[in-house]
Design a protein around this ligand. Structure first.
Ligand code: SAH
Length: 213
């Protein structure tokens, strides 16, 4: 697992590309400059790591576009110490960004192969979420609720109620909703019963997998 000055240069370029596309949060850009994204994908595809592309990982899943990760991270306005629930650990790249933003991260993955792989890999490169959970994101994580922020990184057919109910007052849920393409949807919990909804444009994610009984 090598990280070189060449990789660092490519990361700086990627951060410039993202900033050109409208990412203005310096903390997010610094995370992109720092995290060795090439280590999150198969080494034979290393050349692709610092282009703004999604890429296949194990179990028919993808590592999201760097722009998408940066956009979601920016919208969430993660603050130091925020308790954040992530649905869809995947490669762990978004998890690493949240950790660079100094969140306390709980991350759920539904596919065992990815769960195993990423829960071994991330600590090896120094990223330690509070908890890796092998489970069903539709249920959230009631035993650790409430959360300041909840981020979903797979395309959801609808907004799962348990996720709304596990938000703190003032908390934010960011979730791509839709079938073939998704609308990035931000829900802010204004009170116990009131949620403010913002639609933030079209994105394309792999589908959030159905519940396993
Ligand atoms: N943040 C990841 C995105 C991976 S793609 C990255 O940048 O690498 C979405 C991930 O969500 C996949 O790993 C998929 O297995 C997982 N996923 C799909 N449905 C899920 C569910 N119901 N609960 C938890 N994880 C789920």
């Amino acid at each position: 697992m090598r990280d070189t000055t060449k990789h660092q240069g490519l990361r700086n370029q990627l951060a410039n590309v993202l900033s050109g596309k409208g990412i203005t949060d310096e903390k997010v850009l610094n995370a992109v400059r720092k995290i060795p994204r090439h280590l999150f994908i198969d080494s034979s595809f290393e050349d692709h790591a610092y282009q703004d592309k999604a890429f296949p990982i194990a179990a028919d899943q993808t590592i999201s576009h760097p722009y998408t990760v940066a956009f979601q991270s920016q919208v969430l306005e993660v603050k130091e110490g925020d308790k954040v629930l992530e649905i869809g650990t995947g490669s762990g790249y978004q998890t690493a960004v949240l950790l660079e933003l100094r969140a306390e991260v709980y991350t759920i993955e539904r596919q065992h192969e990815l769960f195993k792989r990423t829960s071994l890999f991330l600590p090896k490169i120094g990223y330690r979420p509070k908890k890796f959970i092998f489970g069903d994101g539709y249920k959230g994580l009631p035993e650790q609720a409430p959360f300041d922020k909840i981020i979903v990184t797979a395309g959801a057919p609808y907004i799962p109620n348990p996720l709304l109910s596990q938000l703190k007052i003032g908390g934010k849920l960011l979730i791509p909703v839709g079938d073939k393409t998704q609308i990035m949807t931000l829900l802010i919990r204004n009170s116990a019963k009131e949620f403010e909804k913002h639609e933030l444009g079209d994105f394309k994610f792999v589908p959030m997998l159905k519940k396993r009984n």
